[in-house]
Ligand binder design. Structure first.
Ligand SMILES: [Zn+2]
Ligand SMILES: [Zn+2]
Length: 823
């Protein structure tokens, strides 16, 4: 019978599911292992990237089950978000229905890949049973002072009609549609992730099994810098103080201007009632226009406007002009920059453009720079100059001395600044978890009581795309009564960023059906942390940082015992074809469906795992797929031929030289495959080792004909099938039954190897002391001199005879003799 995956695969998929093979139950007597692939957005179709990440996770899950672990391997859907809403506007289908259809389709696709998910644990973030607890999490954050609302400028994409996080703005444009992003002032909900900046940074050191690259990206994103806060008073309006942060307090004497972001909250007060008030609004309009001319934000001209006010430098009392400028961003730092053009390149460019003075206050060793002739900022270390009392000090000392002085003056302090901003979770859209807040005229902002959760998202909302947020126009949702006073009240119309849904889903998997709590403490305690998390590098900063933050909050609330959610992380590479990312426009897309249709899931899985180590990019290659298919057919033929009946005489059971060699290969392969999977995730080299073993089995049959050793041959076949089981689960299952076993191959233990079977042929070597035979040692043939001598010296009898003696000479004759001359 020919290898027919189309018949085999669905049959076993049904069987495994019916028998509940992959259901996981917590059991404190067993070691657990949590394998998790980042759950997908239900876009409607699986692509090769999905197939890759799931294949990696599935091999691990299956391997670890065979290794005796109690494995949890769940799957679910990150089901809220913009695409569903856009599809709804475009095709007039409700986001809920669109999403449910997509999930159904993708789940069918996943099932066809033979993935060992525990479907009883499936979670869908857009179902009320799930988002009820996302809302609960929001209330927990609110109670702990970690969720707050404020008016803020946000990045607004006019095309998507949505707020974008800073990290979703690429070069001033929307990451989704490339439209120019505009600033817009709105009431926004934020999560105070900055309170956790220090811990998020420090605890990266606990994550030993995370890729260094990802840790560096998180470190940079958190962006800790040490420096000083400096307070400048406004000369004309002494009650106004402008606070700025600098990492270079040593350059304070070099300040020649102060620049404020256009959104700086004090800016309107500075110009109020002066001729500059009008000018400022014209200036702001001009900046907005300039920034929509299509230039990326980084290249946009740095515009500046004098405000008519001066800031007083607290260290020397000097007044410098205050400018409004688009080169300061309110989102970062304090929105105010003390301009030190001689020692900061951005300040330098701005100063030259606006004819502001440049004053050198740090001299590089042995040089004498002058502001008028400077070609660029000098940002290095040096000796302080033109800095009053501090002249002649090395600048690093100056940083401390000047900050101490500011502290004495009450005009500053040592401070640490983070690049990390609070997490903006308002999206002004519909398809998300409603924020469980009620506004009452009498009581103000009132959280929805927990027992009233979920605040249900109405499913049949007409979406047009021009009324944001859509819920605000939906009366039956908006109108409610105040939980405190019972009076008329309105609901919050905004929904949450989907990153909140995905910041705790790994906990929900531990008790997915629980109706009265988000997760069971004991279940979470048993299964957490995730032992191996697998997903794309594009989530290196946001999702992983948010999940770490929420985990720490839950830890602080005493709800879980782990401080970090993901013990090990693997960021898989991309799937390319012909050297480029698969994309419709390039016409180089291969889909999992096509592969399953043509070759079966096993071939597709095998190729994906064989073609590259998981963290490297993979180049799709049709010949490679063919090669994997041919290999599986070769395995199939071996199994079909079966183990010949012992007929011609039982004496053929004696292994002989060829049999010993094959035994050595079998155990060598077990050892290599085990280590490759377990220690390095080198599935590709593990697979090629199995391929070699299959070659040797064929060679053995040819060499021995019908004189083969039945026990050795049988071992060779059964081990091959067991080693293949995690990679090609269907074929392995079918082959296992063909070999005559009643039970599933996936319930077998992972084969162990016999160390002694790995030994090559042994010889006995004579050990002499001073020419007299004193013992014998057994060593592998061809044992190197040094190892031979070591084996002799380690021999108990020899070492006791040598006790107290001095070795004068050591002689070895390979495979024959060791002679030790001693006195
Ligand atoms: Zn957009
Ligand atoms: Zn009230």
């Amino acid at each position: 019978m020919a290898y027919n995956p189309k018949e085999i695969e669905p049959r076993w998929q049904k069987y495994w599911e019916k028998e509940g093979f992959y259901n996981s139950v917590s059991d404190p007597s067993l070691p657990k292992y949590y394998v998790l692939e980042m759950f997908p957005y239900p876009s409607g179709k699986l692509h090769m990237g999905h197939m890759r990440v799931y294949s990696i996770g599935d091999v691990l899950a299956r391997f670890l089950r065979m290794r005796g672990y109690n494995v949890i391997h769940p799957m679910g859907w990150d089901a809220f978000g913009l695409p569903a809403e856009n599809a709804a506007i475009e095709h007039r289908v409700s986001p809920a229905r669109w999403t449910v259809q997509n999930i159904k389709h993708m789940k069918t696709q996943q099932r066809r890949l033979g993935l060992s998910y525990d479907w009883a644990r499936e979670v869908t973030t857009c179902s009320p049973e799930y988002y009820r607890w996302t809302q609960w999490l929001f209330l927990l954050l609110y109670r702990r002072g970690l969720a707050y609302k404020k008016k803020a400028f946000v990045n607004w994409c006019p095309a998507c009609q949505t707020v974008l996080a800073n990290e979703q703005v690429e070069g001033g444009r929307c990451w989704r549609c490339s439209a120019e992003v505009e600033p817009r002032e709105l009431d926004q909900w934020f999560l105070r992730i900055t309170d956790y900046a220090e811990r998020l940074l420090n605890d990266l050191s606990l994550l030993e099994d995370w890729p260094e690259k990802v840790k560096v990206m998180q470190e940079n994103w958190i962006g800790r810098s040490e420096g000083a806060e400096v307070v400048f008073k406004v000369r004309e309006l002494p009650e106004i103080e402008l606070t700025t942060f600098t990492t270079r307090p040593d350059t304070l004497y070099g300040v020649t201007f102060m620049a404020l972001a256009l959104e700086h909250p004090l800016l309107p007060r500075l110009v109020k009632g002066t001729e500059y008030e009008q000018k400022l609004s014209r200036f702001a309009a001009r900046v907005r226009k300039e920034s929509s001319t299509g230039l990326a934000a980084a290249d946009a001209p740095k515009l500046g406007m004098f405000t008519g006010r001066h800031a007083i430098n607290p260290i020397n009392g000097q007044a410098v002009p205050v400018l409004a400028s688009n080169y300061v961003v309110m989102g970062y730092g304090t929105g105010a920059v003390m301009g030190v053009p001689a020692h900061d390149q951005r300040d330098f460019l701005f100063a030259r453009q606006h004819r502001l003075p440049v004053k050198v206050v740090i001299q590089p060793p042995g040089e004498n720079l002058r502001g008028e002739t400077l070609a660029g900022a000098y940002e290095g270390a040096g000796i302080m100059d033109s800095s009053g009392l501090y002249n002649g000090l090395p600048n690093e000392q100056g940083k401390i001395r000047i900050t101490e002085r500011l502290q004495e003056l009450g005009a500053g302090k040592f401070n640490i600044s983070y690049h990390l901003r609070d997490w903006l979770i308002s999206r002004q859209r519909y398809w998300g978890a409603p924020i469980p807040i009620i506004y009452c005229k009498r009581c103000g902002t009132v959280p929805v009581p927990e027992e009233q959760l979920p605040v249900q998202l109405p499913e049949e909302v007409e979406l047009t795309g021009d009324r944001m947020p859509p819920l605000s126009h939906y009366r039956s949702f908006m109108e409610t009564s105040c939980p405190q006073c019972g009076g008329k009240a309105r609901r919050e119309a905004d929904t949450m960023d989907t990153f909140i849904c995905s910041s705790w889903y790994f906990l929900r998997y531990t008790s997915p059906q629980l109706a009265d709590r988000p997760f069971d403490l004991q279940e979470a305690d048993y299964w957490m942390p995730v032992d191996q998390y697998i997903g794309g590098i594009e989530h290196a900063v946001l999702h992983l940082l948010y999940a770490r933050f929420i985990t720490k909050v839950l830890y602080d609330a005493g709800l879980i015992k782990v401080q970090e959610p993901f013990k090990r992380l693997l960021a898989q590479g991309m799937v390319n074809k012909d050297g480029a990312k698969m994309s419709k426009s390039r016409g180089n897309v291969v889909t999992p469906d096509q592969i399953v249709e043509r070759y079966g899931a096993d071939t597709g899985r095998l190729f994906i795992l064989f073609a590259a180590p998981p963290e490297k990019d993979l180049d799709w290659n049709d010949q490679g797929v063919e090669g994997c298919f041919r290999f599986l057919k070769r395995v199939w033929r071996l199994v079909e031929q079966g183990v010949p009946r012992a007929g011609a005489g039982e004496d053929c059971a004696a292994p002989g030289e060829a049999g010993q060699e094959l035994t050595r290969s079998i155990h060598g392969t077990i050892k290599k495959v085990t280590q490759d999977i377990e220690e390095r995730f080198n599935f590709n080299t593990a697979i090629s080792a199995i391929m070699e073993l299959v070659n040797e089995i064929y060679a053995y049959r040819q060499r021995t004909g019908d004189r083969l050793s039945l026990p050795v041959y049988r071992e060779a076949l059964t081990i091959t099938v067991r080693l293949l089981a995690p990679f090609v689960p269907h074929l392995a299952e079918e082959a296992w039954r063909k070999l005559g076993y009643q039970n599933s191959v996936h319930l077998q233990p992972w084969p162990g190897y016999r160390e002694e079977a790995l030994q090559v042929e042994q010889v006995e070597v004579v050990v002499q002391i001073n020419g007299k035979v004193r013992g014998h040692i057994t060593v592998p043939v061809g044992c190197p001199d040094q190892d031979l001598m070591e084996a002799a010296l380690n021999n108990q009898r020899i070492s006791s005879l040598l006790k107290g003696k001095q070795i004068v000479k050591k002689i070895t004759v390979p495979d024959r003799l060791v002679n030790i001359v001693a006195r």
